[in-house]
Design a protein around this ligand. Structure first.
Ligand code: ARG
Length: 294
């Protein structure tokens, strides 16, 4: 876990000569929320069962491991305080979508999470981001993923397609809409993992779970990402794709052992973290992490 953070891509030849991975990490800035008020009080996705007891201390301890992992990798982590009564606030990925210091705010699908939208926008404003209030329902980076210079945008369960148009106009980038069809994979970040998220990297790649998408979206993904890692149903079903990559180090669910092997074969450095308690709310590594791009 003492992998150095490199800001410049090394020459491929040099990497080949030393036998080192051709992948390079770049330093990232993330927003997280310590799950001090974590519980499962309602059911808005099939992972959630309010009848089962939750262990908040355990959730906090697991979350802390994720936080420490990012810090040890050299990344910056900002914190937003969890508001009592908003147990899903720990899933900061849904709080907005941030590129070039502009934060496109979230507008949540379900009433239980709606107060989170303004709460995250307040945080963005207080921390120097330009905030754009959304006109359409969207759940931030849960459904918007920056891959190279392109944005992949999910719909089907949460974010409305109108938000895809808003994001395209706001950021002036190509936005590709993808339709999710399996309620277990209700956000795009549960079915797609961004592996090389550098904005200027034309060859940025992804991993994904084909069965989470309708036929047209599957065809689109095959066309755009012929080299993508296709993960197994087993790895998908522990939210293994819900991961965070810095270009080299990929923080994943420790139970996603097949995905771990696939990543290693491609020269990435997978790091497994156990977030089983937070999985009971239907979220994993990525859900607990919002990337702040300034
Ligand atoms: N309980 C939350 C919900 O259903 C989980 C959100 C997970 N976040 C994510 N980025 N997939 O809204």
């Amino acid at each position: 876990m003492s992998t150095p953070i490199l800001n410049e891509a090394p020459e491929a030849a040099a990497a080949a000569a030393t036998g080192a991975s051709p992948r390079t990490a770049t330093r990232r800035r993330y927003l997280m929320c310590r799950p001090e008020h974590f519980t499962v009080a309602y059911r808005i996705n099939p992972w959630m069962d309010p009848a089962l007891p939750t262990d908040t201390d355990r959730a906090v301890a697991q979350w802390q491991t994720l936080y420490d992992t990012y810090r040890e990798l050299g990344h910056d982590v900002e914190l937003v305080d969890q508001i009592e009564g908003l147990p899903d606030m720990v899933y900061t990925a849904n709080g907005g979508f941030v590129i070039d210091n502009t934060a496109y705010g979230a507008s949540f699908t379900h009433a239980q999470r709606q107060p989170e939208g303004p709460a995250f926008m307040d945080w963005f404003r207080a921390n120097g981001f330009d905030v754009v209030e959304p006109q359409n329902v969207n759940e931030g980076e849960g459904d918007f993923l920056l891959v190279g210079s392109r944005i992949l945008a999910g719909t089907g369960f949460r974010s409305a397609t109108g938000s895809h148009e808003e994001v395209a106009a706001l950021f002036g980038r190509e936005v590709v809409s993808l339709t999710l069809v399996n309620p277990n994979f209700y956000h795009l970040d549960t079915a797609v993992s961004v592996l090389d998220p550098l904005t200027d990297d034309p060859a940025a790649n992804i991993a994904y779970l084909p069965s989470a998408f309708d036929a047209q979206s599957r065809a689109t993904l095959e066309r755009l990402y012929p080299d993508a890692i296709i993960v197994s149903e087993e790895d998908g079903s522990v939210l293994g794709l819900n991961s965070i990559s810095d270009g080299l180090n990929v923080v994943i669910a420790s139970r996603a052992t097949g995905f771990e092997r696939q990543l290693r074969e491609r020269g990435y450095n997978p790091i497994g973290v156990d977030l089983s308690e937070l999985l009971r709310g239907g979220g994993g590594v990525k859900c607990c992490t919002l990337e702040l791009r300034s």
